[in-house]
Design a protein around this ligand. Structure first.
Ligand SMILES: [Mg+2]
Length: 183
């Protein structure tokens, strides 16, 4: 039987953009917002901070983002049972391509290049599961969508939520039990 397919997002799912965005915010605005202050939105959606988003267009921004805790281990486990693809909407940021490619080679060297998709609109993606922090990607997805918790999606209730990679592991363990009838 063919393996089921998982479409896995990068930013704010396996790569943590928050620390570098906070640094950019602080540099530009002169203060550093707390998690409570940007709850419900993106850091650059705070009043007067739109310019902070420009940092995403600079070469190197995506090259050294911290790896989300536990993601490497769980991704490696999932690859035993599933066909896993990295699906990242890289097209918006032309300098991100090389940075993201290198970042994956460094931090997830066990993901073959054939399983990496740099795309624009994720509506074209066909898979059984999608793990993403943006509801717009899950809304148009035909399979099961898992919403990875991020500041901007805290109020969302339509999708199965995963708060961290331990939650992702638990979800797929449950799926496996359902598939195999508990054995
Ligand atoms: Mg993302």
């Amino acid at each position: 039987m063919a393996k089921q397919r998982i479409a896995l997002d990068m930013d704010e799912v396996i790569a943590d953009v928050r620390p570098k965005l906070l640094d950019a915010f602080e540099q530009l605005m002169g203060w550093r917002p707390s998690r409570e202050e940007y709850a419900g939105k993106k850091i650059y959606d705070l009043a007067g901070a739109a310019e902070v988003r420009n940092v995403l267009h600079t070469k190197g921004f995506f090259a050294d983002l911290p790896v989300m805790p536990g993601s490497r281990e769980v991704v490696r486990e999932l690859m035993e049972d599933y066909e896993l693809f990295i699906i990242t909407a890289a097209m918006e940021f032309r300098f991100s391509f090389e940075d993201k490619y290198d970042w994956l080679a460094t931090n997830f060297p066990f993901i073959p290049w054939k399983n990496i998709v740099f795309c624009g609109d994720k509506r074209i993606i066909q898979a059984d599961y999608m793990i993403d922090d943006h509801v717009r990607n899950l809304e148009t997805f035909g399979g099961k969508g898992l919403l990875y918790t991020a500041s901007h999606n805290l109020a969302e209730t339509r999708f199965r939520r995963v708060n961290d990679w331990e939650d992702v592991r638990t979800f797929f363990e449950e799926e496996k039990k359902i598939r195999t009838g508990g054995y």
